[in-house]
Design a protein around this ligand. Sequence first.
Ligand SMILES: [Zn+2]
Length: 142
Amino acid sequence: MRLWPTTKTVSSNTGPFLLKKEHLPHTQKPPENKEVQEAREDAGKPLRCYQCLAVITTEKQAISVNGSHLHTFFNPAGIVFELRCFRKAPGCLVQGSPTSEFSWFSGHTWQYSLCNTCLTHLGWFFQSSSGSFHGLINNHLN
Ligand SMILES: [Zn+2]
């Protein structure tokens, strides 16, 4: 006994080969990175790269890590950095392999956070088993 027809009939309305324009979420421009969209919608004061003025993150993404938003550190060369912690920094490009060497936040690995537009080094991306954040150099944000 035959349970289904051997020739499929494809409905002209719902056929998978008919891709209608209204089914495409983004027809005008390529889909945007979700985080870039979120940053645009979060309406916080934008914080920009001091070199090229691309938007890196916003005040709304500011978070406290170990009880403080602003952290002052010395690097191994004795240079002082003031870091501000941000939950997300959609304008950053994270580069390098995660390492825990000289990590300023114990239990975290770090990678470089560069400006996604001009590739200026703006800070570091810290990651632990409980989450991640960007530590961005205070005077590198405008
Ligand atoms: Zn830049």
